[in-house]
Design a protein around this ligand. Structure first.
Ligand code: EPS
Length: 401
């Protein structure tokens, strides 16, 4: 438990900065902070984002845990400044003498944490809730996930996220490899690997913007190069499918997670969905009929999304996550004024029309963290050298099965 990889995030959306501590980090891993900054930049992209992204340029300042580009085994601390803070120094001041310098927010937005938050914490100003409930917190999570990607990269694990649908418009990715999908999505303003769907999605965002409306979407994250056996079939809290679902659902605005063919499987017969097992040393590496590397077993399909019994199978890990439309509407929905109890329009904060493309980058980070954690649990050690020995020994062991 105490050597487990874990992290904490702190910071308000319009506070001075976001702070993250990552604990349980082994020594000797190369960390390129520019790669972390690049992922933070990717999170800021996407057609349909609001004014805040024009203000911010999210960049990590390393406060601990790295020396000369390598982890040293101590907790890693990242600070990321909110450039918008200069406009909020009094409104978000920590000092009693500044009390009353901001107009309190009184009209809770349906779909946000606003109403339940003030009931639960006993606040009278919704700002005390929305500042932390804001998806601005995902900056920290992307920094953590991007760092964790670099813990599993030496073992050839790649984690990539893209959008499958936006506001009901589906990307057709049939017949494309994960490399092709990713390449197309990475160059798409809506992170979709289908130019036709991209065009329609952009038109839909424009239409919703005019209406004062918002949109959600479904993103997919795929991890390749994952060895079999991460997670556990034994412990409910170490089952990797369970951990992924928890972690992905905890991203702001997510309402559903499925692994592999997920909900679709529930409508089919067993013979249609389970991934048959074959053995052939000559079998080529394929995404649709994946080999259980480094063994010579392979599967006739990957409907399970690379997870069986709470453990990775060695096939590509595939998860999909549903994001609801953003809850701040410029044409606001019905609400109630907390002071007068009279019906009023919900409050309007600057926001995005759609941030589902960014959610795919956040999902990628979350999956990277969970995979790194499960990886270190399986191959644990205090240094890259020790972990590599454990990893290589395990691969030799299962190869000879
Ligand atoms: C976000 C920052 C926020 C919002 C958005 C995501 O900034 P601000 O509230 O200052 O405009 O743009 O947050 C929400 C959608 C939300 O509901 O809180 C970010 O950095 O991603």
């Amino acid at each position: 438990m105490w050597n487990m990889l874990r992290y904490f995030t702190a910071g308000e959306s319009h506070g001075p900065c976001l702070t993250t501590i990552i604990e349980g980090v082994p020594a000797g891993f190369d960390i390129d902070i520019e790669k972390v900054n690049h992922d933070l930049w990717r999170r800021q992209q996407g057609y349909g984002r609001g004014g805040r992204m024009l203000i911010e340029k999210d960049e990590v300042q390393v406060r601990s845990g790295l020396r000369w580009g390598k982890t040293i085994g101590s907790p890693v601390t990242f600070g990321i400044d909110n450039r918008d803070w200069k406009n909020w120094t009094k409104k978000m001041s920590p000092y009693a003498e500044d009390e009353g310098q901001a107009i309190p927010v009184k009209k809770p937005r349906p779909g946000h944490a606003d109403l339940t938050g003030i009931l639960k914490y006993g606040h009278s100003d919704i700002r005390n809730i929305l500042e932390r409930a804001s998806a601005r917190e995902t900056v920290s999570r992307v920094a953590v996930g991007s760092f964790c990607k670099q813990l599993i990269e030496p073992f050839s694990v790649k984690v990539r996220g893209y959008l499958r649908s936006l506001g009901g418009i589906e990307a057709d990715v049939d017949g494309k490899s994960y490399d092709e999908i990713y390449e197309l999505a990475e160059n798409s303003p809506v992170r979709m690997a289908d130019p036709d769907a991209e065009k329609k999605a952009i038109a839909l965002i424009d239409e919703c913007k005019k209406e004062g409306n918002t949109l959600g979407g479904v993103f997919e994250v795929v991890a390749t190069g994952v060895p079999p056996g991460l997670g556990s079939h034994v412990h409910y809290d170490r089952k990797l499918d369970g951990r992924l679902a928890q972690s992905l659902m905890s991203i702001q605005a997510m309402k559903g997670v499925e692994i592999g063919r997920g909900f679709d499987m529930a409508m089919r017969r067993g013979s249609e969905v389970h991934d048959e097992i074959f053995f052939d040393p000559q079998h080529m590496i394929s995404e649709t009929k994946p080999r259980m590397q480094p063994t010579d077993f392979y599967r006739g399909s990957n409907n399970s999304g690379g997870l069986e019994g709470g453990m990775t199978t060695g096939a590509p890990l595939v998860v999909r996550v549903a994001m609801k439309p953003i809850s701040t509407l410029m044409s606001p929905l019905q609400s109630v004024n907390l002071d007068t109890k009279q019906p009023e329009d919900a409050s309007v904060e600057r926001s995005d029309v759609c941030s589902a493309p960014a959610a795919a980058v956040i999902g990628e980070a979350i999956v990277s963290f969970e995979l790194a954690r499960a990886f270190l649990e399986k191959f644990g050690g205090d240094s890259l050298a020790e972990i590599s020995r454990n990893y290589d020994g395990y691969l030799d062991q299962i190869k000879s099965l």
